[in-house]
Design a protein around this ligand. Structure first.
Ligand code: HEM
Length: 212
């Protein structure tokens, strides 16, 4: 393939290397999450500390997931500097979500080992199975988050994997936050954000479908 026929590199790769995009962005996100988790465990080196890390990373994962999941819909509806940044860095925000959830998993394993009774009270078998499937999707989506893997898989199969996986994660977040609403009304906020993001993604698609 001649250089002129090669597809242009992703915008984040073309842009100058600053900390707020591309791999440096992912590095910053990962470092911040690791430092935060370490700080929590240093201040509270027990089961409660591990549970705090689980909650903290569930929330950081949520923010990163929403940024990646909403990127193309937001850029389509409200093109601008912020939404262009979000779309350009969707891959790195998605990988940041995977790092955040890897810490979630590490803290879960720590919690299960430190206090298996409390762990089984907090997380039933159905949760573990549904969460385990989510982790399989996260691993597959992360492993295929490169241009090379996308070419190897083929655009249609890649899109199917990432669409099914991200929607499964959306449902998992809905259930995980939704079932905690009785514990505190604050849990309704992420549920509303998830509904808004889904509405935003579906809205133009429905309009085009009607127009067709
Ligand atoms: C095998 C897989 C998983 C297990 C065993 C698990 C376990 C847990 C546990 C025990 C908690 C409660 C911590 C506490 O309050 O002390 C928790 C919280 C949570 N998890 Fe996970 N989790 C798993 C996977 C996931 C996945 C895949 C997601 C989302 C995609 C997720 C999202 C959440 C959320 C949103 C919370 C609530 C955090 C909060 O209270 O703000 N979890 N998880």
């Amino acid at each position: 393939m001649t250089p002129s026929k090669q597809p242009p590199p992703p915008a984040a790769a073309r842009a100058p290397h600053t900390l707020n995009q591309g791999w440096p962005l992912l590095g910053c996100i990962s470092l911040m999450l690791l430092l935060l988790a370490a700080a929590v465990l240093l201040m509270q080196p027990d089961v409660d500390g591990l549970r705090r890390v689980i909650r903290l990373t569930a929330r950081s994962s949520f923010v990163l997931f929403v940024l990646a999941f909403s990127a193309s819909a937001l850029a389509r509806r409200w093109p601008g500097a912020w939404t262009r940044w979000q779309l350009r860095n969707r891959r790195y925000l998605g990988l940041g979500f995977a790092v955040s959830h890897a810490i979630h998993l590490a803290a879960i394993v720590g919690f299960a080992q430190a206090d298996s009774v409390a762990f089984h009270q907090a997380s039933g078998l159905a949760n573990v199975i549904a969460g385990g499937i989510a982790y399989v999707f996260i691993a597959l989506m992360s492993a295929t988050s490169s241009d090379g893997a996308r070419r190897w898989l083929g655009a249609a199969r890649w899109a199917r994997l990432h669409t099914v996986g991200s929607h499964y994660l959306w449902v998992t977040f809905m259930i995980s936050f939704g079932m905690r609403i009785p514990k505190g009304p604050g849990y309704a906020l992420p549920v509303l954000v998830l509904l808004a993001v889904m509405a935003l993604r579906l809205w133009p698609a429905r309009r085009h479908a009607r127009a067709a």
